[in-house]
Ligand binder design. Sequence first.
Ligand code: 6PG
Length: 249
Amino acid sequence: MSPAPQVRILPSKEELFHAAAEVFCALGSQAIRERGRYTVALSGGSTPRGLHQELVTNFSTHLPWDKVFFFWGDERHVPPDFPESNFRMAKETLLSKLPIPTDNVFRMRGELPEANQGAALYEQTLREFFHPAPSQFPRLDFILLGIGSDGHTASLFPGTKALEEKQHFVVGNWVEQHSTWRITLTYPVLNNAANVMFLVEGSGKAEIVRKALKDPAANLPSQKVLPVNGELMWYLDQAAAEVQPAFST
Ligand code: 6PG
């Protein structure tokens, strides 16, 4: 039974991103102390931009960035220079602004004709980097996630095939509701991480956050992110926590 998530509510989005950056760097320092490296999966969407900016502006000296290795939780089925590319967003807001060696960056190949080709390549990349034992899954130190208004996370959308995946680390996922393919890490990898942080800001997310944290019957994809042997954190600003009954901050 996964332990209850740690829920932190910060008064403003600025304080949210600062607190998230502090945790990101503290976990990084610990991982590098203990294992010589810090492996993180970035998220797509707009919310991470605030965290990236905070890391660049106020935490650029808090980690030896040559010991930090970047992966992604998901990617759109587009080339890396397209506006919708999660890689492009991270490159523009984080990777190009810190001394991060390009060899430390492992992006998903969203430009390949078939999303499943990109998924298979990325699974190979994860195998070569993490060397998981047979039938084991890679264990990332930190995975950043967001939540969509339909309760999706990474590219695990309601009603899609990837929700049922038990073997593969990464799959191409057809998302009917958006008529598009995505590439996404699967639950076995998300739930094998040492730390998973949902980073959520704004009143527009308040209702879905309430459901995700308070309504087990909602059966949302984000509710199935329950690290087996790791920490689950929900970092919210006050606006995103608006409809929550009293929470410890
Ligand atoms: C993506 C993301 C996705 C995102 C949510 C929230 O590629 O879009 O990985 O899961 O985290 O859609 O997005 P916002 O931060 O833009 O609200």
